[in-house]
Design a protein around this ligand. Structure first.
Ligand SMILES: Nc1ncnc2c1ncn2[C@@H]1O[C@H](COP(=O)(O)OP(=O)(O)OP(=O)(O)O)[C@@H](O)[C@H]1O
Ligand SMILES: [Mg+2]
Length: 440
């Protein structure tokens, strides 16, 4: 392919090739997409930041990558361009990078401290923007992953459900498709999100109305049936029938739910040596449907909690900063380590401890220090303050940040808690990315 000298000019290559291709991969007009040209990357021991040509993100698909552009003259097929990209990936925390010039596209993956070429595409016809974009899209579609996080502490009432449903909401608000899996027969997550007819039960005035609601709950498929379908080698539709879609109910959380009720008990689990992995095996069928799966667990450590441990890549431990709660943490860590070992480091990796319901008392601070000393390898994540709004939000079946917007009684504390839930969610996503960067 011979090209005019225009293609020796970088702004020309960007305008007539790169931006056109990128717009097909991550369209700029989508609410979840972000393009940052001349994206700054801080290189250690260097005074000024380096700049990569583009940072591109599609938050709804967990896709993030850097793009470095060269011209027909400067080309990407040389050590300089590749070393440059290696440096950008190494210090930006972004895992994927694309090198592009008018003849060639290369996709690189930064994994376990090394930048590796994943695939290459020869541009035969520079006007065929669609084929170039298809190549890039296919690669990223393949690399899209479902991330799963269990929220657990064996102690009751520490804020597990509160965290699970609010983190799920924050993730969904950022454009992710989220599934909440309720593994607690108290079914607080299902009730609060609104899939267990809490309002109807409250409003029902006659025994007949109550009977009708309970009949519905008795007959409905839920998480326990989902697990049983693995045992019976069910069809994908069987599994899907257990999930309550966010579209099918008035659901202000915007998430799908694999609900629980009084029926979700460990006694209902099928028997067999691998039963604790059934939930994981079932959920793997949905990797393309969800970006995040959040498990709410029951207090204690029953077999359903273990199913959650074996299905979740990551674990978050909420705990009040009181001495008794800290002993609960020790127990959870021990169980998680067992699963990590058993799954080759693929499941129950602990992202951190979330101090819950803190109120600025000295005791909170002393215990936090004690936690830091006791578990030096486990990060302490952003804390969530005590606020009366939290209970009220659950009661009204709405996420905390929506409640904070309309709270007239203590708007300041409600807003503070809503803000820290957002910050916590951002921190969790960052931690997951750090983990994926290190472990591939
Ligand atoms: N930051 C907070 N401020 C005030 N109250 C809170 C806060 N977080 C949670 N709560 C309240 O504490 C109670 C227990 O919270 P939650 O149900 O989330 O805990 P849990 O660990 O899921 O409990 P269980 O072990 O019973 O499942 C609820 O009434 C909830 O509204
Ligand atoms: Mg709970």
């Amino acid at each position: 392919m011979t090209l005019s000298s225009d293609w020796d000019n970088e702004p020309y290559v960007e305008l007539y090739l790169v931006q056109k291709v990128l717009n097909l991969v991550v369209p700029l007009d989508s609410y979840s997409s972000k393009w940052i040209p001349q994206f700054k990357i801080k290189i250690p021991h260097k005074k000024s930041s380096d700049k990569v040509d583009y940072f591109i993100e599609d938050s709804s698909k967990n896709i993030k990558f850097l793009v470095e552009v060269k011209t027909a003259k400067t080309r990407i097929n040389n050590a300089t361009a590749r070393q440059q990209l290696d440096k950008y990936l190494r210090y930006s925390g972004v895992r994927f990078g694309i090198l592009i010039d008018p003849f060639l596209v290369e996709i690189y993956h930064f994994k376990k401290g090394q930048t590796k070429l994943k695939s290459q595409f020869d541009i035969k016809d520079i006007t065929d923007i669609k084929s170039i974009a298809e190549f890039i899209k296919t690669f990223f579609l393949e690399s899209i992953k479902m991330r799963s996080i269990a929220i657990h502490n064996s102690k009751g009432g520490v804020g597990k459900t509160t965290l699970a449903i609010n983190i799920a909401y924050e993730l969904s608000k950022r454009g992710n498709k989220v599934l909440v899996v309720d593994l607690d027969d108290q079914a607080n997550a299902s009730l609060t999100i609104g899939v267990n007819k809490a309002k109807e039960i409250n409003n029902a005035s006659t025994p007949e109305e109550h009977k009708k609601i309970y009949k519905f709950l008795d007959e409905r498929l839920e998480v326990i049936n989902f697990i049983k379908f693995v045992n019976k080698a069910g069809e994908i539709e069987d599994y899907r029938n257990c999930i309550v879609s966010s579209k099918s109910i008035e659901n202000l959380f915007g998430v799908d739910v694999l609900p629980a009720s009084h029926k979700t008990t460990e006694n209902e689990l099928p028997s067999g040596p691998t039963v604790l992995r059934y939930l994981d095996m079932g959920l793997i069928k949905f990797v393309e449907d969800y970006q995040y799966v959040i498990f709410d667990t029951a207090p204690g450590s029953n077999a359903l909690t273990w199913c959650g441990f074996y299905a979740a890549q990551y674990l978050v431990i909420p705990s009040q900063m009181e001495y008794l709660s800290v002993y609960g943490i020790r127990h959870v860590i021990r169980n998680a380590e067992e699963v990590q070992k058993d799954s080759n480091g693929q499941r129950s990796n602990i992202l951190g401890i979330v101090p819950m319901m803190v109120d600025g008392k000295n005791l909170n601070k002393t215990v936090e220090e004690f936690v830091r000393d006791s578990f030096p390898d486990i990060p302490i994540l952003p804390a969530i303050k005590r606020a009366t709004g939290v209970g009220k939000a659950s009661h009204e079946n709405i996420p905390m940040s929506q409640f904070a917007e309309k709270d007239k009684e203590s708007p300041k504390t409600s807003k503070e808690v809503a803000e820290s839930l957002k910050t916590l969610t951002t921190r969790l996503v960052e931690k997951i990315e750090e983990f994926e960067c290190k472990n591939g």
